[in-house]
Write a protein that binds this ligand. Sequence first.
Ligand code: NAD
Ligand code: SAH
Length: 411
Amino acid sequence: MSDIKTPALAPDGERKIDWARRNMPVLNVILAENRAVKPFAGVKIALSVHLEAKTAYLCRVLAELGAEMHVTGCNPLSTQDDVAAALAAGGLDVHAHRGETPEEYTRHLTAVLEARPNIVIDDGGDLVSLLHGKLRHLLPDVWGGCEETTTGVHRLRAMAADGSLAFPVIAVNDADCKHLFDNRYGTGQSVWDGINRTTNLIVAGKTVVVAGYGWCGRGIALRARGFGARVVVTEIDPVKALEAAMDGYDVMPMSAAAARGDVFVTATGCADVITAEHFPLLRDGAVLCNAGHFNVEINMTDLESLAVSSFDARQNIKGYTFADGRTAFVLAEGRLVNLASGDGHPAEIMDMSFSIQALSAMYLAENRASLKPGVIAVPREIDEKVARLKLQADGLSIDALTDKQKAYLGL
Ligand code: NAD
Ligand code: SAH
């Protein structure tokens, strides 16, 4: 039985899911192509992904393709209660609510795993991690999994390297049609949507410090520049740092950037990016937020111990005042600002990411007999199919090689 907070919110959630559906044309084609075949008939899927409207629509599609769905969120602050209510009202098994405690969060992950899934769809690796720990006894039912994000794939690679990963997991994040668009343009837009709606402050003319110039950082920096900010990038990888410099950004260590920034956005997937070393250097009024997977990029323990007082400045903004009178403001408790204080990536972006998810889950179901435990790449055909469907949906067409060109290229 579902465990959600406010069933009466279902009609609001239903409207959000319908809006997502209208803006997810690629997933709709995949649904139409496979509806009759029901590739997931008799298959149980446990899913732990930010539980908002686009995710809900993915769950609906998987259910229409035959799957028995058991759904939870992947972050205590990103679940939208109206969406969870709508999914549960539609008959899916849903365990999540916004603001759940760490114990409730784990209870919800456990509940979807206790349904004995054959496929697990993870965002960050929490389901896989429980299955390899306290819930090992459920492993025999699991054929494999799909992982949505960079940090989750890193965790899986570490498990595969030490020989502990017990089943195949498809690295959805590493598909081109995922990270090229989702991590870069999705995060680029939704992080600024989250910051802007939370702060209601101007970006133009400010100095924005972006920590990490990977896929997410590139998008965040690009859109900051678009808003008219001066952009500073911090990195630990010399090649990425050089790329940032050649893209026209200032590059420096955080110890130098700390005194320069008006707004800081971390997107490294690392810990302790902004710490006690940096807080004393911040300008009065500096705004700090995170776009990376875990809430460890801004060291909140350091901040809390350095601050002499703290207060709620605005919804999802907490002010921390230091002994010298300066105040720093942290958005969404240092959790991913685009999801904890926004609706996450736009529907058209999640359309591609979740189409890769749906096709990867189908691939897993079809090939389960031959796939070995480990981290598996998304087959190239899936990437190309999603790209072609997206081009088609956008009314774009491309050239095809002639026979003469193929011969010239030796194909
Ligand atoms: P990536 O590996 O492409 O980029 C991370 C970058 O950070 C790398 O260039 C790395 O060199 C740099 N870095 C690492 N430690 C650093 C440090 N201490 N200081 C400065 N730079 C450092 O990864 P990505 O795909 O950009 O993802 C980054 C994080 O964002 C991951 O945790 C990922 O799970 C998460 N993510 C969030 C969203 C979202 O919606 N907010 C979307 C996709 C990914
Ligand atoms: N489990 C992590 C989440 C990592 S967030 C946590 O601690 O919260 C990064 C992932 O969120 C990305 O890979 C992206 O695909 C996904 N995401 C972004 N916007 C989303 C949305 N609107 N709905 C569902 N997932 C979204």
